[in-house]
Design a binder for this molecule. Structure first.
Ligand code: ATP
Length: 401
């Protein structure tokens, strides 16, 4: 082969080599991009599989039939249980193997299969909505200093409620039982609730307020159950003060009534009485009640061992009115105001009226673009707040209870 031919052959080979190299590089790039694509597809696959599993679970949940709730009434020796179903009747039912039999005790809430009625689940304890929404305050922000004109009542509350909670040993030493329950009575708005809150705060107790009418329920047995739950809650949160406002709603005198609603109210009261009877008076739960109508209360409520301490919370006298006014004007900017004169003008005013008078006096000052309150504002406020009662009273001749 001539030199020229050899030279051409070498050039061709070099060109082929370069082509082959660039082809190889292309292939490698393509492989890399395919690998990346594969990885992305795999991640997408895992995501879709997870979503699929969740959707299937959700579908199963939606397809599964609802369960019936029931309350266990008795546990039999053979492992079965007697339950009261939410639909009414009692059943003797089997317990599923998946349920821990130790969890099944009298009173526990369970879920049962609709067809076989066997217990499939033990449900967590639930408190009635009415009980959960009650006013429950740990150490309310009210002290004895915020209550005016009730020194005697405060002293009595201290002796009957505070002392047994703070120093139960005093009663043990003397060998007497402290009073079980204290009933505060008197016209509305004179500080009954405030007193109960102050004693809870002073004894660092939880304040649980229930209004008597909340116990009055539509279905038979519900009121009694709520009473039980309130007392159970009080024991759990102890030390605590249970304050039953407007106790006359359930505690009025029993008459031979044929109306089933009345009988249900009486049943609720019986539950309250039995809770009080079962109470240790030296324990860390104290019961206070309030009413505007002590005259209509059932004597069973007032007998010794129940609400055996009656404390009257009357309308404040002149000195009391000055005290209440002093409390409510503590943060007010007064100029030349003699609270004695205001007290003179506000005869028959309750504590709540006096508070309203102070607020109203402030409103008069604001209306006149002043940042201080004069005596005249208080006088106008007295006329406004107390005058509206006089009008109402003369229209209807109505007085409290
Ligand atoms: P009801 O019988 O209507 O439940 P009550 O006697 O429980 O009324 P409270 O709720 O204690 O009355 O008082 C209502 C408001 O009036 C309170 O917010 C409080 O500010 C004021 N008040 C009532 N009495 C006094 C008082 N003696 N000293 C200071 N403030 C008082």
């Amino acid at each position: 082969m001539s030199y020229q031919a050899k030279y051409d052959e070498g050039g061709r080979r070099e060109a082929d080599r370069v082509d082959a190299e660039s082809y190889l590089q292309n292939l490698q790039r393509r492989i890399k991009s395919l690998e990346l694509q594969k990885r992305n597809t795999e991640t997408e696959l895992v995501r879709l599989q997870r979503e699929n599993r969740e959707l299937r679970k959700e579908l199963d949940r939606l397809r599964s039939p609802p369960l019936i709730t029931a309350v266990v009434e008795d546990v039999l020796v053979d492992g079965r249980a007697v339950v009261k179903s939410s639909s009414g009747p009692n059943y003797v039912v089997n317990v599923s193997h998946f349920v821990n039999t130790n969890d099944i005790v009298v009173g526990s809430r369970v879920a049962m299969n609709q067809r076989t009625l066997s217990i499939l689940e033990v449900l967590p304890f639930s408190r009635d909505q009415a009980v959960s929404s009650m006013e429950i305050v740990k150490r309310p922000a009210v002290s004895y200093k915020d209550i005016g004109g009730l020194d005697l009542q405060i002293a009595e509350i201290k002796e009957t409620v505070e002392l047994p909670l703070k120093h139960p040993e005093l009663f043990e030493r003397v060998g007497i039982e402290p009073p079980s329950g204290v009933l505060l009575y008197g016209p509305p708005g004179n500080g009954k609730t405030q007193l109960a809150k102050a004693v809870a705060s002073e004894t660092e107790s939880t304040f649980i307020k229930v209004v008597g009418s909340e116990f009055v329920r539509k279905f038979i047995g519900e009121g009694a159950r709520i009473v039980r739950e309130v007392f159970q809650l009080a024991r759990e949160k102890g030390p605590s003060i249970v304050f039953i406002d407007e106790i006359d709603a359930i505690g009025s005198r029993r008459i031979d009534s044929e109306v089933s609603g009345d009988r249900e109210v009486h049943r609720t009261m019986m539950q309250l009485l039995s809770e009080m009877d079962g109470f240790d008076p030296s324990g860390n739960v104290k019961i206070l009640a309030a009413t505007n109508r002590p005259d209509i209360l059932d004597p069973a409520l007032l007998r010794p061992g129940r609400f055996d301490r009656l404390i009257e919370v009357p309308l404040p006298d002149k000195k009391g009115r000055v005290n209440v006014l002093t409390i409510h004007t503590r943060n007010m900017n007064l100029k030349n105001v003699e609270l004695e004169d205001v007290a003179e003008r506000s005869e028959n005013a309750s504590g709540a009226d006096l508070k309203a008078i102070c607020t109203e006096a402030g409103m008069f000052a604001i209306r006149e673009s002043r940042d201080y309150i004069e005596e005249a504002d208080f006088f106008s406020a007295c006329n406004k707040v107390l005058g509206s009662y006089e009008e109402k009273d003369s229209e209807s001749g109505l007085i409290y209870g």
